[in-house]
Write a protein that binds this ligand. Structure first.
Ligand code: HGY
Ligand code: MN
Ligand code: MN
Length: 406
């Protein structure tokens, strides 16, 4: 019989092998691999004796009722979608570690005096629609119309994707009202370098960074690459290049501001046609919300100036805006006590990465546990957390579950 850690490591490999691409790991909202992964997670939950259910948007849930089914539940979980060419720990580790902690309690013949709901979200990264937190947003409230109308690269909206690709068979609505749950705790890789530098396996999280995501389109005029003199051109791509470098200069001169352009699409995209339009994404983050908004405004003005200088049309389309979200002090203090009991450390970090807790904090207190990852690398196939550190994370989570009051 494998230990909970051995089972967890095997499941990480198993989930890491479920991809929409033969050459790298990618699972996006309601994609075939996303639904296969959901079914796999549901099976693991059922094997643990949990009451399982799924929502049409692919979110899955396992409930272990405990000795007092009417007590406010504790939520655990994370996301199982990924970025493109992803690592196998981001998201998946949180779901698998939660199940491993419950298996550890089962091994110790411990029944908790409250229900535990393990939630696995089908979209946190926003890879397909550039939105974020679709799964966790849907368990706190219906998605708003603007979000439902967001198109993917093929022009399919989120509403159409749910209607046509959704997992509708035996689906149930998964929703929580404010005050219904005692809290949400998520274990996640740090995706940074601080734990390595501090030579610590884990830490708790003080807050989750705010972020602004938007799409920018510059439109000029396509023309012939050989016969159009440079001064007559309205080249959308060179305009986008100037904007993107201006964004980099702004971020480099104002740390800890970070700005990323992760995607760009050109039309018409022929090597001998001057680009008519360039559409690119902006991901802008800063720990202080007022500064983030100020830099966003400054960037917008800079892009307007560049577009005007180059006789280009500018479209600035906000997709998502989340304020920095503090973790709940009391729940985090309890988690920190378990961190200290297992590792002797009480290290606390702010998260530069976004997490589902940003949304779930609207309905209950949140806390996060970070696990060290090698070189801080993430959103990369070489993303890695050691079995020892994963084992420590599971031990901390198990200690925390046992410490929770009835
Ligand atoms: O982008 C993020 O911070 C997270 O990985 N979704
Ligand atoms: Mn991620
Ligand atoms: Mn993540």
């Amino acid at each position: 019989m494998s230990s909970p850690l051995e089972t967890a490591l095997a499941r990480l490999d198993e989930l890491g092998g479920i991809s929409d691409s033969p050459s790298y790991l990618v699972r996006t909202f309601l994609s075939p691999a996303n639904l296969l992964a959901a079914e796999k997670i549901l099976q693991w939950m059922a094997d643990l004796g949990m009451e399982t259910s799924h929502a049409a948007d692919g979110t899955v849930r396992g409930i272990l009722v405990g000795s007092n089914p009417t007590a406010p539940p504790l939520l655990l979980g994370s996301h199982f979608d990924t970025v493109i060419d992803a690592g196998k720990f981001d998201g998946a580790l949180g779901i698998i570690a939660a199940l491993a902690a419950l298996e550890s309690l089962h091994e110790e013949k411990i029944t908790l005096p409250f229900p535990v709901h393990v939630l696995a979200f089908s979209d946190e990264e926003g890879t397909r629609f550039q939105t974020t937190y679709l799964g966790s947003r849907s368990i706190t409230a219906p998605l708003d119309l603007e979000t439902l109308n967001a198109p993917d690269a093929a022009g399919i909206t989120i509403a159409q994707a749910i209607a046509c690709e959704g997992w509708h068979s035996v689906a149930t609505a998964i929703r929580y009202d404010p005050g219904e749950c005692r809290g949400y705790v998520e274990l996640h890789i740090e995706q940074g370098r601080v734990l390595e530098e501090a030579d610590q396996p884990a830490c708790v999280v003080s807050s989750i960074a705010g972020q602004s995501r938007l799409t920018v389109t510059l439109t000029g005029r396509a023309d012939h690459a050989g016969t159009t003199p440079m001064p007559l051109r309205r080249d959308a791509l060179t305009g986008a290049a100037q904007c993107i470098l201006a964004a980099e200069i702004l971020a480099e001169s104002h740390p800890p501001l970070v700005i990323t352009v992760g995607k760009i699409q050109i039309h018409p995209g022929a090597s001998n046609s001057i680009p008519q339009s360039a559409t690119f994404t902006i991901d802008l983050r800063h720990p202080v919300d007022s500064d983030r908004r100020e830099f966003l405004g400054h960037l917008h003005e800079t892009f307007i100036h560049i577009a005007t200088q180059r006789s280009l049309e500018l479209q600035w389309i906000p997709i998502q805006d989340n304020n920095a979200t503090p973790c709940d002090p009391a729940l985090t203090a309890r988690l920190q006590t378990s961190l200290a009991a297992v590792t002797g450390s009480r290290l606390t970090l702010a998260s530069g990465a976004g997490h589902d807790g940003v949304v779930i904090s609207k309905v209950c207190p949140i806390a996060m546990l970070f696990i060290r990852c090698r070189d801080g690398l993430s959103h990369h196939p070489d993303e890695f957390a050691s079995p020892e550190d994963i084992g420590t994370g599971i031990e901390i989570l198990t200690h925390f579950l046992k410490s929770c009051p009835s």
